[in-house]
Design a protein around this ligand. Structure first.
Ligand code: PLP
Length: 422
């Protein structure tokens, strides 16, 4: 599939064939390599996904022909760069069905987006004695910014518990909401467990208490159709590099009414309307939150990634990945001594597990020699590990270019680990 230039996703044909991972893999040259003489089996997609040629080409094209700073220039290169940057914003708007492109703030990624909300909305609205409500399955990126805020303000971080399958206990979550709660922030999909949270229902409960909801969508955006208007969430964050785009670019979606009322997060160029030594006035949305020269090439590459995903079709991706997940869950469940961590009824493509008598790090190291890339450790979710009473897990995470044969290779690799550790 070729780079799509400035063509909008809606104008592009969707691939019509039934899901053909082999043909899709042609778009990802990196997957063709051998690792220690074995075909690479890349199952670390929750950490970062691979980039199709269309994304690499779009960035190369930008640097080769259009490289220039945006928004400020009167010359042609700057106009072209600005146009492509702003086109990417419209693509991101369409990707999550935001009501307006000014509700899309470009950030470095999910982490920065959450820090932005904690640092701006949080600082302005959370005071001494107030509460911030998160869940026990959060990534550190959705814990630490709120802890910093709570420490600064003398507020309290409350944590809604999860059950043994790794599902949020909704009744307990609801009980924790009260008149002191100033914001709820939780993952759409857990990176360590794969749990998909029922966001629409959670937002409804929080809104009954007039509490806004921020969603960490880092692990949802690559795998499922998103509609922030339907979810009715107040903020939604995700990272380009997990959606087959480059690193260093992500999105904070916020309802315009909330973003408008929030103070700036960082000061600098582009976020101002006028500056004197006496007083600065701020730019309109979304620029108020985009201080300094942004990641222009990354944003354009991100736009190409959205086009690419749209061409395949996110619903088809979700269906295929679900098939793969079912297949993997069945296969791994049959391995004696293997315990899956995260067995929620509603799950995205994460297979987190521990193997009796073997440290996850050893599992990962032996699999690596078989050409199989997985992640081992706490997955930046140490409280999740604590909840399950384990130091770490081995985690295989799926993308649409993975195949059942690759899951078979993972299973064979795990049997090899068992042999080694006898
Ligand atoms: C659930 C979740 N939240 C937040 C993040 C942080 O994303 P980033 O490092 O792209 O900012 C990740 C990354 O793994 C994640 O899985």
């Amino acid at each position: 599939m070729k780079a799509t230039g400035g063509i909008l996703a809606s104008e592009q044909p969707t691939r019509v064939l039934s899901f053909d991972a082999d043909s899709i893999r042609e778009d990802f040259p990196i997957l063709k390599q051998l690792v220690y003489g074995k075909p690479l089996v890349y199952l670390d997609n929750a950490a970062t996904s691979q980039k199709p040629t269309a994304v690499v080409d779009a960035m190369t094209h930008y640097y080769s022909t259009d490289n220039s700073n945006i928004h400020r220039g009167v010359h042609l290169l700057s106009e072209r760069a600005t146009q492509q940057y702003e086109e990417a914003r419209v693509k991101a708007q369409g990707f999550i069905n935001a009501a307006a492109s000014k509700e899309i703030i470009f950030t470095r990624g999910t982490t920065e987006a959450i820090n932005l909300v904690a640092g701006s909305y949080g600082r302005a609205n959370v005071n001494s004695g107030d509460e911030v409500l998160i869940t026990a399955m959060e990534h550190h990126s959705n814990i630490v910014p709120w802890q910093i805020l709570c420490e600064e303000k003398g507020a309290r971080l409350r944590v809604a518990p999860i059950n043994d399958d790794g599902e949020l206990i909704i009744e307990e979550f609801a009980k924790l909401l009260n008149e002191r709660t100033k914001i709820v922030s939780l993952a759409h999909v857990s990176n360590a467990l794969g749990t998909i949270n029922p966001i629409r229902a959670i937002v409804e409960i929080a809104h009954r208490h007039n509490v806004p909801v921020m969603i960490d969508g880092a692990q949802a955006a690559p795998h499922m159709k998103l509609d922030v208007q339907e979810l009715d969430c107040d903020f939604y964050a995700f990272s380009g590099h997990k959606v087959f785009g480059p690193t260093g670019i992500g999105v904070l979606y916020g309802k315009a009414s909330l973003l408008d009322a929030m103070p700036p997060y960082q000061g600098g160029g582009d976020m101002i309307a006028s500056v004197t030594f006496e007083k600065t006035t701020y730019n309109t949305l979304p620029y108020k939150f985009e201080a300094g020269t942004p990641n222009i090439a990354g944003t354009i590459g991100f736009g190409a990634a959205i086009d690419y995903v749209n061409q395949i079709g996110i619903d088809r991706i979700a269906r295929y990945e679900h098939e793969l997940l079912d297949y993997g869950t069945g296969a791994l469940s049959q391995i004696q001594g293997l315990r899956l961590i995260g067995t929620a009824k509603d799950k995205a493509g994460v297979l987190s597990f521990v193997l009796e008598g073997v440290h996850p790090h050893d599992v990962g190291t032996i699999l690596d020699r078989e050409g199989i890339a997985i992640r081992t450790g706490h997955h930046c979710a140490m409280p999740v590990m604590e909840r399950f009473g384990i130091p770490a897990t081995a985690r295989a995470s799926l993308a649409f270019y993975n195949t059942k044969e690759e899951i078979d290779a993972l299973v064979a690799g795990i049997h090899k680990v068992k042999e080694v550790f006898g």
